[in-house]
Design a protein around this ligand. Structure first.
Ligand SMILES: *[C@@H]1O[C@H](CO)[C@@H](O)[C@H](O)[C@H]1NC(C)=O
Ligand SMILES: *[C@@H]1O[C@H](CO)[C@@H](O)[C@H](O)[C@H]1NC(C)=O
Length: 405
């Protein structure tokens, strides 16, 4: 009798565990399930809008570039914006590629994230329709980094109706070379006129401002600084960068940002120096925050963008240590803060997202950092360097409100 009761009890427990697991898995599935209907709608709209646009074009000229296939969100954004800019200045219609969503290896409509490059342009799906394969001139761009942008532009300004660039011209080496600096003035202007996030992303950003009590133009919350820490996979990544003597990436190399680099100056030939900037200690990060908190004593809120995740748990420990230090009144006083310690320390994981909005969170992070009064980032991260470019390009952001660790 007793053993029967025991076995029932065991079964009952097993059943309970099963129900809990099912609920958990379904919750995870539903909350992470991307908005497929929205995506399909946007993909169809892109084609419709492009067809209407083409009807009015007299002698249109097109270009299709070889693009990244599924790097990080931000690397794709950066590349798409540069290609769109290059197409515009050479009076060609840009053929835009869908976003390649790496975690699911899926193609998503670009316009649902970054509408700018999808206006007065055509999606990949239409290229073969407007440019029959025999009508396409293929080009390879051979030359030194310093010449690549100019050479490509000369080709694009030529008479051919349909051009396809077969080399991946915006490769990593080019993006980390000083040659990119020549592109900056034009690209800065491009950003000021063409950059925008989709209304889906903007809606989450607006919600974040009101729920997290942060201030942006038109909202009442706390004025804040933003900090981007890149830590998850960076210990290994930084070590390999130190081994090859790599300097900062893309826009972080702009000479005008020189004074924004947290001392001591970066010496790419010195491995410890690379590590110090690429994977800064918490005390260096606190030092950067102190400098701004002293200068701007009204800033007592911090938004932290980070890469903490289930496979990068130590990042959360670092976040916890930072928050404890920043909220400590004794430490604030010792560091010379005039207005007491931080009142509010918030991080990426607290952005109030609804079901189906997970794909948008990186963009929301970028936007919150773009609007912050002060930005502290990592010169080795393309996300940080993109935020710097957007601040300088679209917000008339000042160099002195930026620190690169
Ligand atoms: C940047 O500043 C450092 C130290 O102040 C200086 O040694 C270096 O030459 C400067 N670099 C540029 C490109 O201005
Ligand atoms: C290399 O960088 C580290 C960290 O900044 C510094 O302490 C050290 O003196 C540097 N070594 C040389 C040879 O410059």
């Amino acid at each position: 009798m007793q053993s029967l009761a025991l076995s029932w009890c065991k079964r009952w427990r097993f059943f309970l565990v099963l129900v809990c697991c099912t609920l958990l898995v379904s919750y995870g599935y539903l909350s992470y399930r991307p908005p497929y209907r929205l995506y399909t709608e946007f993909t169809n709209n892109e084609i419709q809008i492009a067809r209407n646009f083409l009807k009015d074009q007299v002698n249109p000229k097109f270009v299709k570039f070889k693009q990244l296939q599924g790097a990080g969100f931000n690397n794709q954004v950066q590349e798409i914006l540069l290609f769109h800019h290059l197409s515009l200045i050479s009076s060609r219609i840009y053929t835009y590629q869908p976003f390649i969503w790496r975690p699911r290896n899926q193609e998503l409509p670009l316009s649902v994230f970054l509408p700018g490059p999808t206006k007065f342009t055509i999606p990949f799906a239409l290229f073969n329709e407007v440019c029959s394969p025999e009508s396409v001139t293929h080009h390879r761009i051979l030359g030194d980094h310093n010449d690549i942008w100019r050479l490509t532009r000369e080709i694009l300004e030529g008479p051919d109706r349909c051009i396809e660039i077969d080399d991946w011209i915006l490769n990593w080496n080019y993006l980390s070379s000083p040659a990119l600096q020549k592109v900056w003035p034009g690209f800065q202007h491009y950003l000021s006129t063409h950059f925008e996030w989709s209304s889906q992303i903007q809606a989450i950003v607006d919600r974040a401002y009101s729920t997290l009590n942060l201030h942006s133009s038109g909202t009442h919350g706390e004025p804040y600084m933003a900090l981007h820490i890149r830590r998850g996979d960076f210990p290994g990544h930084c070590t390999s960068l130190a081994d090859v003597g790599m300097g900062f990436t893309t826009w972080a190399t702009l000479p005008s940002l020189n004074d924004s680099i947290l001392p001591p100056a970066l010496d790419a030939k010195n491995k410890s120096s690379v590590m110090e900037h690429c994977y800064s200690s918490l005390s260096r990060i606190l030092d950067a925050i102190d400098r701004h908190a002293i200068k701007k004593s009204h800033l007592r809120a911090l938004y932290i963008l980070h890469d903490g995740a289930i496979d990068h748990l130590p990042v959360y420990l670092d976040l916890w240590k930072l928050e404890a230090a920043l909220k400590n009144p004794t430490r604030a006083q010792r560091a010379g803060w005039k207005n007491g310690p931080m009142k509010l320390v918030i991080d990426s994981s607290q952005v109030p997202i609804k079901w189906g909005e997970n794909d948008f969170t990186v963009a929301v992070d970028v936007e919150l950092a773009r609007n912050a009064e002060v930005f502290i980032g990592n010169g080795y991260s393309s996300l940080s360097s993109q935020i710097v470019a957007l601040r300088l390009g679209t917000k008339e952001g000042k160099m002195e409100d930026i620190t690169l660790l």
